[in-house]
Design a protein around this ligand. Structure first.
Ligand code: AKG
Ligand code: ABU
Length: 518
């Protein structure tokens, strides 16, 4: 107790220094970065900084030379807008000069980035291992002779997969199909589910009937059957036609786009912290499970698969417990429906395990797990051979993924394993969560429903409402923290896996400073 109070006092003392530095930085434009350093040896224990090894020139603090967005960002985005829609652009970035956890903009402002390209930077900006991989002959080959992987896979493709994506495959799912984006990954998984379903009905070795051949050319049943994917309220699974029909997080994503008439189940609306509301959360999860069961029984068309995110991300960082997912798995088994776990955002180490669904302790693995974002490569893992269509060209497109991205994924896997980045991320996540809990106690009107305990750095909380949340995100940028929102009024942390305690302290200082000003 005394020790932790002491640590806290020390940290606060350190933090107030950093806040002053932040304020000085904002006021004077002073440059608060470490001067170029001698090479740092690789860390030999988890207590040593990996970021210092990867990024000897990483800044110690944000640097703000202008207000946000800076004048050059504004001017250059206006120019870009003549040829490219910039409605959603926050700032124009200088990636070549971004380092580690710090992103630089065209005005030469430097921000600590806890959003990391919407959860998609695994190893920090300009990671030297990835930069070296970019120079490999196999990478040059993959980029300038981009193969149509389904037709003409390269001699290197098997080892790129084995040493990369497959080396990180979820238990029991040792096969992979690669795609182009998270949406594409989900769509390909849905297609695999439909094809599996119909070939089981038809008999795996049976040919299509003449009627099926004719009707599919008319988009009519039985060739184009009335099959469905069940998804959840507030889910986000992407933006292409099939994936968008399973996305339910925000009308803006779906408006004006024709959609499949597929069912939607309630996702548990739990109370946080989870460990203080177990009984009422169980009632809520049972309510949802019962609704799912009814849908599986009664939906007008046959449901081929249920798709679910381990933590609904875009939809507001909504959690459910392992119990819910175990029961969901049981229901899918009972109803012969496939379970697709969408780990596009939760995958690759940010939640305390490499794959978030590992925390559910399922008796049988999900049927498919989709990935993208931090892996750079996209696609889905599966185990059952029958999920692979019997005939060629059913799961296919020209590129079938991208070998250059799979090489990057391979390097990411190697680094995650070599430096135990999952454990490092868990540890820093625990620290951040504890500190945020204290801030929530101090500013209960500004921070509610803190969530993500023991879920690595996958942490979020609610602001009072949408306007307050959006103002908060801007205020944070104005003190040099690039941070994102999700759902109707939540704030989410999505730093890279090289986010360490020293970065967390900068973030926490800035957060406390902004909360105090609010
Ligand atoms: O914001 C997110 O969580 C998802 C980002 C994404 O994939 C999208 O907006 O299309
Ligand atoms: N899902 C898109 C998130 C982008 C943003 O709100 O900044």
């Amino acid at each position: 107790m005394v020790l932790s109070a002491l640590r806290h006092a020390n940290r606060l003392a350190g933090r107030s220094v950093a806040v002053n530095a932040l304020k000085r930085s904002a006021a004077s434009g002073a440059f608060h970065s470490t001067p170029p350093a001698d090479p740092v040896p690789p860390p030999t224990s988890a207590s040593q900084s990996l970021a210092a090894y990867y990024f000897p020139n990483e800044p110690d603090l944000p640097r703000l030379l202008t207000s946000f967005p800076g004048p050059k960002s504004v001017e250059k985005l206006k120019s870009l807008d003549k040829v490219y829609d910039t409605h959603a652009a926050y700032m124009l970035c200088d990636y070549r000069n971004s380092v580690g956890n710090y992103i630089r903009d065209v005005d030469q402002n430097i921000y600590l980035d806890v959003y990391a390209q919407i959860a998609s930077i695994a190893l920090g900006y300009n990671n030297p291992v990835l930069a070296a991989a970019a120079q490999l002959p196999e990478m040059i080959d993959a980029i300038i002779n981009r193969p149509a992987l389904g037709n003409f896979p390269s001699m290197a493709w098997e080892s790129i997969l084995q040493d990369g994506l497959i080396a990180a495959a979820p238990n029991g799912l040792g096969k992979v199909w690669t795609g182009l984006s998270g949406s594409d990954a989900n769509e390909c998984a849905y297609k695999a589910a439909f094809i599996y379903h119909r070939s089981r009905q038809r008999g795996r070795s049976s040919d299509f009937s003449e009627l099926e051949r004719q009707t599919t050319m008319e988009n009519a049943s039985p060739g184009s059957p009335d099959l469905a994917i069940l998804s959840f309220e507030k889910a986000f699974h992407g933006r292409l036609f099939g994936s968008l029909s399973t996305t339910r997080s925000n009308p803006i994503h779906k408006m004006d786009i024709p959609a499949f008439k597929w069912p939607k189940a309630p996702f548990p609306a739990l109370k946080y912290p989870l460990d203080q509301h177990e009984a009422e959360n169980r009632v809520e999860e049972d309510r949802c499970l019962s609704a799912i069961e009814t849908i599986l029984h009664e939906w007008e068309s046959r449901i081929s698969a249920v798709v679910v995110e381990p933590i609904q991300s875009e939809g507001g960082d909504n959690h459910a417990t392992p119990y819910f997912f175990q029961q969901l798995r049981n229901l899918t088994k009972q109803h012969s429906v496939l379970l697709i776990v969408d780990e596009v955002q939760t995958g690759v180490g940010a939640t305390g395990t490499f794959w978030a669904h590992e925390q559910w302790n399922l008796d049988t693995p999900p049927d498919m797990v989709t990935f993208s974002k931090k892996f750079q490569a996209a696609g889905y893992f599966y185990g059952n051979e029958e999920l692979r269509p019997r005939l060629p060209f059913r799961q296919f497109n020209t590129w079938c993924g991208d070998a250059s991205k799979a090489i990057i994924a391979r390097e990411i896997v190697k680094e995650v394993h070599a430096h135990d980045l999952v454990a490092r991320t868990s540890q820093v996540g625990r620290y951040v969560y504890d500190q945020l809990e204290e801030l929530q106690r101090t500013f209960p009107h500004l921070m509610q429903n803190l969530r993500g305990k023991d879920r690595g750095t996958f942490i979020a909380w609610d602001a009072t409402d949408l306007d307050t949340r959006n103002k908060f995100l801007n205020d944070m940028k104005a003190v040099g923290i690039n941070i994102g929102g999700c759902g109707s009024h939540s704030v989410r942390l999505r730093p890279a896996l090289v986010f360490e305690k020293k970065h967390a302290d900068v973030f926490l200082d800035a957060l406390e400073y902004v909360l105090k000003q609010s």
